[in-house]
Design a protein around this ligand. Structure first.
Ligand code: GRG
Length: 295
C-alpha cells in the first residue's frame, strides 16, 4: 500500500508551481524592464502557494493532468500576489515587510508597486485565457468566476470594507469582510479545480461551500497567528493588526474561542468533502495543514 506523505506532495507540487511562475515572468531587457523585475520580486520565492496547490489538488482527483491545470492555478497566484502588493501600499496597510523581505514599494517605489500590482492582475487573465488543453467554454467560465471572486462583491469589496469601516465590527460584519477579502479567492481555488475537471454541478456546489468554510477558517487562524507567530516565520510584524486597532477574530473572541470557531468551520467543511464521491484524502490533508499551520 502506498502511503500519502503531505510533505513530499507539497514539495513536488510547489516546485512545479515555482517553475511555471518563473517561466511566466522572464527577465526583460526592454524599456519597461523594471516592471518585470518588480513582478519577479513580488511573485517568486517565499509564498506558500496555497491557492495553486488547492486548484491542482482538486483537478488532480478528477484525473486532470497537472500541465493542464498549472496555468489557471498560477493565474490564481498572480492575482494573490497583486493583492498583496497593493495591500502593502502606504495608502492601504502601509507595510514594510512581506514574505520576510521588504515590500515592493519599499524595495522599488510606490508608483512601480501600483503598476506591478496592475500588471499581475491583468497578466493573470492573459495567462488564464491562453491556457492550453481547456475548452473555450471552460476558459470563459473560469474567467467569469475569477472576475467575480476578486471584484466588488469579492476581494476588492472586502478590501474596501477593511480600509473604510473604521469602527469596531460585529462578528457578523467581520465574517462578511473576510469571506470577501480573503475567502473569495480561496473559494475560487477549489472552484477552479472543479471547473477545469468539468466536475458535475452538485460537486461544484460542494466545492464552493467547502472553499467558503476553509477560507474563513484560514483567516481566523491568520488572525491568531498575527498575535502568536514569530516575526521571522510570519514575514511581517507580529500583532500588526492589533497595532492598527483592527477588529479581528482574536480581538472579538479571544484565542481559545477563535480556535474553536476555526475548528468548527473546518469540521463543517469536512462534511461537504464527505459528500463528494472521490478520493479526497489529499484535500483533507492540505486543509488540515493550513488550519494547523504555525506561520
Ligand atoms: C488590495 C484589492 C486588494 C486586496 C487585498 C487579500 C488581501 C486583499 C490582502 C491580504 C492581506 C492579508 C495579509 C490578509 C491575511 C490573510 C492572507 C491573505 C494572508 C496571506 O496569504 P498567504 O498566507 O500568503 O497564503 P503567502 O505569502 O504564503 O502567499
Amino acid at each position: 500500500m502506498i502511503t500519502f506523505c503531505l510533505e513530499e506532495y507539497l514539495k513536488e507540487k510547489s516546485t512545479l508551481v515555482e517553475g511555471y511562475l518563473n517561466s511566466l515572468l522572464p527577465l526583460q531587457h526592454s524599456l519597461q524592464k523594471e516592471l518585470y523585475k518588480a513582478a519577479r520580486y513580488a511573485v517568486l520565492e517565499g509564498g506558500k502557494r496555497l491557492r495553486p496547490l488547492f486548484c491542482l489538488a482538486v483537478a488532480e482527483l478528477y484525473g486532470v493532468h497537472t500541465e493542464v491545470a498549472l496555468p489557471p492555478a498560477c493565474a490564481l497566484e498572480l492575482i494573490h500576489c497583486y493583492s498583496l502588493v497593493h495591500d502593502d501600499l502606504p495608502c492601504m496597510d502601509d507595510d514594510d515587510y512581506r514574505r520576510g523581505k521588504p515590500t515592493v514599494h519599499r524595495k522599488f517605489s510606490e508608483d512601480v508597486a501600483v503598476l506591478t500590482g496592475d500588471f499581475l492582475l491583468t497578466y493573470a487573465f492573459e495567462v488564464l485565457v491562453s491556457s492550453k488543453g481547456l475548452s473555450a467554454e471552460t476558459k470563459l467560465h473560469l474567467t467569469s468566476v475569477l472576475a467575480r471572486r476578486i471584484g466588488g462583491e469579492g476581494m476588492i469589496g472586502g478590501q474596501l470594507i477593511d480600509t473604510r469601516l473604521c469602527r469596531p465590527l460585529t462578528l457578523e460584519e467581520l465574517v462578511i469582510l473576510h469571506s470577501k477579502k480573503t475567502g473569495a479567492l480561496l473559494k475560487a481555488s477549489f472552484e477552479f479545480g472543479a471547473l477545469i475537471a468539468n466536475a458535475p454541478k452538485e460537486e461544484l456546489t460542494l466545492w464552493k461551500s467547502f472553499g467558503e468554510k476553509i477560507g474563513l477558517a484560514f483567516q481566523i487562524v491568520d488572525d491568531i497567528l498575527d498575535v502568536t507567530a514569530s516575526e521571522k516565520k510570519h514575514g511581517c510584524k507580529v500583532a500588526s493588526d492589533l497595532k492598527k486597532d483592527k477588529t479581528t477574530f482574536y480581538t472579538l473572541l479571544g484565542i481559545e474561542a477563535a480556535k474553536e470557531y476555526a475548528e468548527e468551520r473546518f469540521k463543517s467543511a469536512m462534511k461537504d468533502l464527505e459528500l463528494i464521491p472521490r478520493q479526497t484524502e489529499t484535500i483533507k490533508e492540505l486543509a488540515r495543514y493550513i488550519i494547523d499551520r504555525t506561520y
